[in-house]
Design a protein around this ligand. Structure first.
Ligand SMILES: *Cc1c(COP(=O)(O)O)cnc(C)c1O
Length: 498
């Protein structure tokens, strides 16, 4: 299988090249030239497979330049039993009637990013051996909270890699911050920036393409790559769990092979839901993909009108991993849905860059609407939903999952479409203990510190606290650097000791 770029589709690269490089030279994103098709028989055959076998079945089709041994090494290492707190890796839990929650947070950092970022370092080091002749790969990450920690944990002490993470100083939860500032490993560094996630992301993008920095790196035999979901190696592992969830629903007797399902995804950078779109295109019977947003509802507006406009207020919410105004992976969807029109994508993205907005044709947006639905949820509804699910169904949702659950309820009310549905749950409730506790109890004692909130939430809900979060309490803080967004490139030099 070959990959091309959303902004120049005469480009052809292998999977290994796409993964090692991260982003295409002219700024486009790598996408598969064509998608593999899975027959119903093949989908049905996954029912009796483990998650690792399901992953190999899907990934084999995309990573055609990896040998079987390489694929085994990557997948067995990433989803090893000792790294995930559920033997199913991504279990599906029935909550209420046709509502099934796909729990994607049983990995080492308790957020769904682990599903991809446990695998990416393996894919990246194998890819680099094939294509980057022994260079050290420097992973630069801008994070709204969860990617940073998951990438640090995935890449820590991985040979021939270094990782630098930038996070918005006031845009992550206390638990997320602590997870990052206590990170262990010889090849890691973490720095806060005075700005929001979009500031961090656009500065990282400009460092990637800064020729002076790149040539400095080259003299040290280093090269940049990305662990953000602009990297194809981040997206492809996420396709797997849609097939896995479907197989689990069959196994649980909730659907029959061939039945359609709906999928609801709490969305930020549009990576997770885009993986669902690829699964659908490959033949998985998904009827609608419902894109759920918080108060930063730019995607709801876009999917309903065809106008993408980031000239609007930015809100800091209780679901920080979705506080995003530039959803990078939308570019890939627009590319596929516009009939692979690279000229159009180049134009739209340059208009986003210069004016902060673009509008797509009526035809294109109505095409998109045949596959996607969209809704958003305000802060009060997030809290009410967490409260209701804990009381009525004895199910504890985190804030991001609650956004999806509420948007799903609204979707059913609006459309009457209540077929079997998978709702992605993207974080452990204990990553956002204060918000979740305050929602469950209806109020919060302001004196509680983060770990008091964890214990109290455990007491009222009876849900186990994940080990990796418990352990944080006694860890030493290693990283305290803060910088302005203008100084990020200097920080990169300092952290890499160039
Ligand atoms: C990253 C993240 C999201 C958003 O996922 P995208 O792939 O960026 O759309 C949602 N919830 C949580 C908890 C996350 O960490």
């Amino acid at each position: 299988m070959l990959y091309t770029s959303t902004r120049n589709n005469s480009i052809r690269v292998s999977a290994a090249q796409a993964i090692a490089q991260g982003i295409s030279e002219e700024g486009g994103l790598f996408v598969p030239c064509e998608l593999p098709e899975f027959s119903m028989d093949k989908i049905g055959s996954m029912v009796n497979m483990t998650y690792i076998e399901r992953a190999k079945t899907v990934l084999r089709e995309f990573l055609t330049d990896f040998t079987d041994d390489e694929l085994d090494y990557c997948v067995n290492g990433a989803y090893a039993a000792n790294k995930f707190s559920s033997s199913k890796i991504a279990p599906v839990v029935n909550v209420n009637g046709n509502e099934n929650i796909l729990e994607l947070w049983h990995g080492p950092t308790c957020a769904f990013k682990d599903m991809a970022l446990q695998l990416l370092p393996y894919l990246m080091t194998v890819s680099a051996k094939k294509t980057a002749d022994g260079k050290t790969i420097v992973i630069l990450v801008a994070t709204s909270g969860d990617t940073g920690k998951a990438a640090l944990e995935g890449f820590k002490n991985v040979e021939n890699t270094k990782i630098l993470v930038f996070y918005p100083a006031f845009g992550v939860s206390p638990m997320q911050k602590l997870q990052m500032t206590t990170q262990e490993g010889e090849n890691v560094a973490v720095c806060a920036i005075n700005g929001n996630f979009d500031d961090a992301q656009s500065s990282v993008k400009s460092i990637f393409t800064n020729d002076e920095i790149k040539s400095q790196l080259a003299t040290k035999n280093m090269m940049f790559s990305s662990a953000n979901s602009i990297n194809w190696g981040r997206l492809v592992p996420q396709i797997v769990y849609y097939f896995s969830a479907y197989a689990d629903l069959i196994e649980q007797g909730r659907i029959k092979l061939g039945d359609e399902i709906n999928v609801v995804v709490p969305t930020g950078n549009f990576g997770n839901i885009l993986a669902g779109y690829y699964a659908k295109k490959m033949g998985l019977p998904i009827k609608k993909l419902v894109c759920a947003s918080n108060t930063n509802n730019i995607l709801t507006d876009f999917l309903n009108t065809g106008e993408y406009d980031k000239n609007r207020e930015f809100y800091t919410t209780t679901s920080p991993s979705m506080d995003i105004l530039i959803s990078s992976n939308l570019e890939r969807l627009l590319y596929h849905m516009s009939g692979e029109d690279d000229k159009l994508i180049t134009k739209l993205m340059s208009s986003l860059n210069s004016d902060g907005r673009y509008t797509v044709s009526k035809e294109l947006i109505s095409n998109i609407q045949t596959v996607f639905d969209a809704g958003f949820c305000d802060e009060k509804s997030v809290a009410d939903t967490i409260h209701k699910y804990e009381k009525d169904f004895d199910y504890l949702c985190d804030t991001h999952t609650a956004v999806a659950v509420k948007v799903y309820e609204n979707y059913v009310e609006r459309t009457g479409d209540d077929i079997a549905t998978v709702i992605d749950s993207t974080a452990s409730p204990y990553k956002f203990s204060k918000s979740v506790l305050s929602a469950v109890n209806g109020s919060l004692n302001a004196d509680l510190d983060e770990f008091d909130a964890v214990s109290e939430l455990n007491r009222v809900s009876g849900v186990n606290v994940p080990e990796p979060l418990k352990e944080l309490k006694d860890k030493e803080i290693r990283f305290t650097d803060v910088c302005n967004k203008e100084n990020m490139s200097e920080m990169v030099f300092k952290l890499l000791e160039l």
